[in-house]
Design a protein around this ligand. Structure first.
Ligand code: 3PG
Length: 213
């Protein structure tokens, strides 16, 4: 794992964020995450203004690791990098985008769930993969089965992870960090429930710490 991946692994959870109103919500959300001990965010390009959200978070919280998620094109990689993103997440494994990120020197976590994906990721020299959608693709059992032929990878599972199953995932040595939207739902963000977000982050960090003991 590189330095950024090691930092993400130390934090243990990565909020997957969709911001409908970046101007209003990006900074208070970053405050809430950092206050909860989670200075990392995957800001998805599922909403217009994702680049603005990345810029606002990165500028207001230089200590935070702000990445771009749901990146589907190399143009979005450029947009994310220009806004200050320090990592890229894609839902699937797109060789063109992986190579583009490698050329640009930005860490990429491509979504992989099959032996074919992992094999391609191996040939691309990757070390940490997003395992997406985790629960729907076989969950921890599949992650463990995949690590038999591919023990060189760590994974960041997302999709269906919440407080109920976080401990089970976090306890597995193949896991770098767990991603999810459960601590940054539309309800929490749109209603400005910043304290609740902070509490969910704190709770998540506790669960991960306990699970890794
Ligand atoms: C992602 O893109 O990582 C997922 O949409 C997050 O999945 P979740 O909403 O089930 O946490």
């Amino acid at each position: 794992m590189n330095e950024l991946q090691t930092k993400i692994a130390k934090i243990g959870v990565v909020p997957v964020i969709k911001l409908n109103n970046p101007t209003r919500d990006a900074v208070p959300l970053a405050d809430a995450l950092c206050a909860g001990g989670v200075p990392v965010a995957e800001v998805t390009f599922r909403a217009a203004g994702a680049a603005d959200a990345i810029r606002l978070m990165a500028q207001s919280h230089p200590e935070m690791l702000v990445g771009a998620g749901t990146v589907l094109t190399t143009a979005q990689v450029d947009e994310a990098m220009a806004a200050g993103a320090t990592f890229i997440v894609t839902p699937g494994l797109d060789i063109e985008i992986v190579k583009y990120c490698q050329e640009k020197g930005i860490t990429i976590f491509p979504g992989c769930t099959t032996p074919t994906d992992y094999h391609a990721a191996y040939k691309l020299g990757l070390e940490v993969l997003k395992f997406f959608p985790a629960e729907q693709s076989g969950g921890l059992d599949k992650i463990k089965a995949m690590s038999a032929p591919f023990p060189m990878f760590k994974v960041m599972p997302t999709g269906g992870i919440g407080l109920k199953n976080l401990a089970t995932y976090a306890a597995c040595p193949v896991i770098c960090a767990c991603g999810g939207s459960y601590m940054v739902t539309a309800d929490l963000i749109d209603n400005g429930k910043w304290d609740e977000i902070t509490e969910l982050c704190k709770k998540s960090i506790e669960i991960v710490k306990e699970a890794r003991k």
